[in-house]
Design a protein around this ligand. Sequence first.
Ligand code: BYC
Ligand code: FE
Ligand code: FE
Length: 470
Amino acid sequence: MSIDYQEQIPNNVDLHEDRRLQRALESWQPSFLGWWQTMGPTLPTEDVYLRTAVNVGREGWAHFGHVAMKDYRWGIFLAERDGERKIAFGQHKGEPAWQKVPGEYRSDLRRLIVIQGDTEPASVEQQRNLGATAPSLYDLRNLFQVNVEEGRHLWAMVYLLHAYFGRDGREEAEALLKRNSGSEDAPRILGAFNEETPDWLSFFMFTYFTDRDGKYQLGTLKESAFDPLSRTCEFMLKEESHHMFVGTTGIDRIVERTAQLMVEHDTDDAGPHGAIPLATIQKYINFHYTVSLDLFGGEQSTNVANYFTAGIKGRWMEERRKDDHRLLDDSAVVDTVEDGQVASVEVPALLGLNSDLRAEYVADCENGLKRWNTVLEDAGLPQRLVIPHRAFNRKVGVFAGLHATPDGTVVSKQDWEAQVGTWLPTDADKAHVRSLMQPVYERGKIASWIAPPRNGINGKPFDYDYVHLV
Ligand code: BYC
Ligand code: FE
Ligand code: FE
């Protein structure tokens, strides 16, 4: 399963054997490159120390080297095929996985692939100006690594659209380059992908909380009966772990630096000393966590019930679940709002699958909080960061329209509006964060508001020349 880099589009799907498909993708390629030039990273660079996939196997799948970003070899890489693979859930459980799209599920599958595909370029658009304010060459390199891989994730979905969805698929592939993050006329599909990522605190929060939604959604699509989708997602998940590493360790390092300056100056507010105040970090957590919760859809959803029954979207770790994997007779307890208060209700398990996935995600998010609180504890500080209640600041699902505080208390609209500035980043908080975002492009140097990483990339030291600027 090694990847052929002689081809115009690197791939491990024997693209040369299907001339029509190859030509179609080769004609999409210039549109992609045009999009990358106009909507991708704005900081001019000579080259960047990037990893490129060379193999999809467990060992040694990546090659590292300095490459000019516009010459990055975006390609189509699917995890190895298991010829024996059986469908693990839903009404087709036990049948062989599909190598083609069954007619009756075509539009649902296309919709899921388009939604997934739409998020990938959206994140590149959101992050395009961050190069101008990178805290170090190490961080700059990580930003660009994430960006090229999100570009590749777009390729992954476009390949499926072209290969399996005929003309509609090709049209959707074009449209993926026409919608843009934050656009008035043609925005990206999901809310979080139209928000700004104007500073590096937002970037690390995004890669911690929003890329983690990606992990969970890809995890459910990896279970799909549609085998090419499953194999695509399996490989994307390998790339995804680095994105979340960037977020986790980025916030580690910010909390570490803030804690250091709090102790040094014996103060609760290290803002005046060149740090991001802990209170601001908390507000950014509140924001990024809640917009990411929205990405899981409604607490009850007939869409997700249909996807599961059809076999096109499974549960997180489907095969480790100890039930019948059909769920026709099972029930689940999900959130609801009753008399204006947070409550719960028992529903058929199939309808509650968005809630099931969201619960897995929430448990995973809590690990980050534990880490960051350990950093505070180790610094001898009593303050702690927390995850807000799931009813707080929601725009999707039963809590949309409810005014709940971060601890889940329902309050009036007026009270909420009077206090929102203590819960979510205000213009002043954002301006302070932005004022700290002065670029540091000197090898081995780091900005004032973040601690250096423990290790470099691929065994290189922190002061390695990860990026050559023009
Ligand atoms: N914003 O029935 P419901 C990633 C719509 S991130 C706007 O509950 P469903 C990445 C919904 O479409 C992973 N609209 O929805 C991360 C529906 O509309 P219709 C991305 C929303 O289908 C970082 C209506 O509300 N992948 O990879 O059960 C960097 C009723 O909702 C939103 C996926 O999401 C929203 N947030 O669940 C780069 C996987 N939420 O039908 C990349 C594919 C819901 O009434 N998508 N709506 O017109 C899905 O699995 C599902 O479509 C969703 C929604 C989970 C998104
Ligand atoms: Fe991605
Ligand atoms: Fe990602």
